[in-house]
Design a protein around this ligand. Structure first.
Ligand code: PMP
Length: 296
């Protein structure tokens, strides 16, 4: 069981704008631009045995996400990497989830915010299985979200921007209210996109099929799983996938830094088996993250 206390009331250290501060003192003012206008970007990453998996890729993506929202994080990738290691050590954690967050501060109010200071915080805590161990065994039950991922010309869809999660929270609340674990989101065209915080894969005729990430995050876990499948000689087909096709797929799973590789048992009216290939890729992923499998 994870810590049940509120996230602002815990022991430990949070890295904030260049130094470690006591957990309860890592605060922002109510007139913070990010709180009003969603000018914030974040990362979600995991440490395994004391090392953050794909750390620099996450730090790079954080900086890229910020640039897509028209701000520059005043720390380099190397500095962000080092800050992540520092906060992990300070909290004496080995296996943990980590959340870097960058946002515009309170120096300017209104839509434009060129003079607002850019802040960076990094917090880490123990967060076992994102969907819970039981859900991993039986496979997730996904609702079909009524919200659709926006077109890339209507939002900075390549950014891991807080604002893009507004519809994800709504979709997941709706799913959970009716007994589902999460929701599958279509994109604006009606093609399969992803879940509310993870990418999606299908298994059909021994190959992996996954939607082309042209309006949602091309996840770091997604890319890792594509590589791992390649090493096993499994064909990976990135292409537009339409809902009607789901009937023909045998297996389905989600990928994400928090979700890792999690089997899906159903999505709306379509059912899948928790199959051997899904479980193999889940094992390969965890072996790689835990350095039980070489990266070469
Ligand atoms: N899509 C969304 C909406 C997400 O929140 C995440 C988690 N960051 C992903 C996909 C997967 O990305 P990654 O594998 O890089 O964690």
């Amino acid at each position: 069981m994870g810590d049940q206390r509120s996230y602002d009331d815990r022991d430990g250290w949070i890295w904030l704008d260049g130094k470690l501060v006591p957990w309860r003192e890592a605060n922002a003012h109510v007139l913070t631009h990010a709180l009003h206008y969603a000018s914030s970007v974040f990362e979600g990453q995991r440490a395994y045995g004391g090392e953050v998996f794909k750390l620099s890729e996450h730090s790079e993506r954080l900086r890229k996400s910020a640039r897509l929202l028209d701000f520059e994080i005043p720390w380099t990738v190397e500095q962000i990497d080092e800050a992540c290691r520092e906060v992990l050590r300070a909290n004496q954690l080995e296996d943990a989830y980590m959340r870097p967050l960058a946002w515009r501060g309170s120096e300017q109010m209104g839509v434009s915010a060129q003079n607002a200071r850019i802040h960076l915080a990094i917090a880490t805590w123990q967060w076992p299985a994102y969907f819970g161990e039981e859900a991993i065994q039986r496979g997730l039950r996904l609702d079909i979200a009524s919200w659709r991922r926006p077109a890339p010309y209507t939002a900075p869809t390549e950014s891991k921007a807080a604002g893009l999660y507004m519809i994800c929270t709504l979709a997941r609340h709706q799913a959970q209210a009716t007994g589902f674990d999460d929701a599958l989101m279509f994109d604006w065209r009606g093609q399969i996109a992803e879940a509310t915080g993870a990418n999606i894969f299908f298994v059909g005729d021994g190959a992996l099929h996954t939607p082309t990430p042209d309006c949602f995050l091309d996840g770091i876990t997604r890319r890792t799983v594509i590589e791992l499948a390649g090493k096993r000689g499994i064909d990976v087909i990135e292409r537009p996938i339409w809902p009607e096709e789901l009937e023909r797929f045998e297996q389905c799973f989600l990928t994400g830094s928090a979700a890792e590789v999690t089997p899906v048992a159903s999505a709306g009216p379509w059912s899948f088996e928790v199959g051997a290939l899904t479980l193999q890729l889940r094992k390969d992923y965890l072996d790689l993250a835990n350095r039980r499998l070489s990266n070469s």
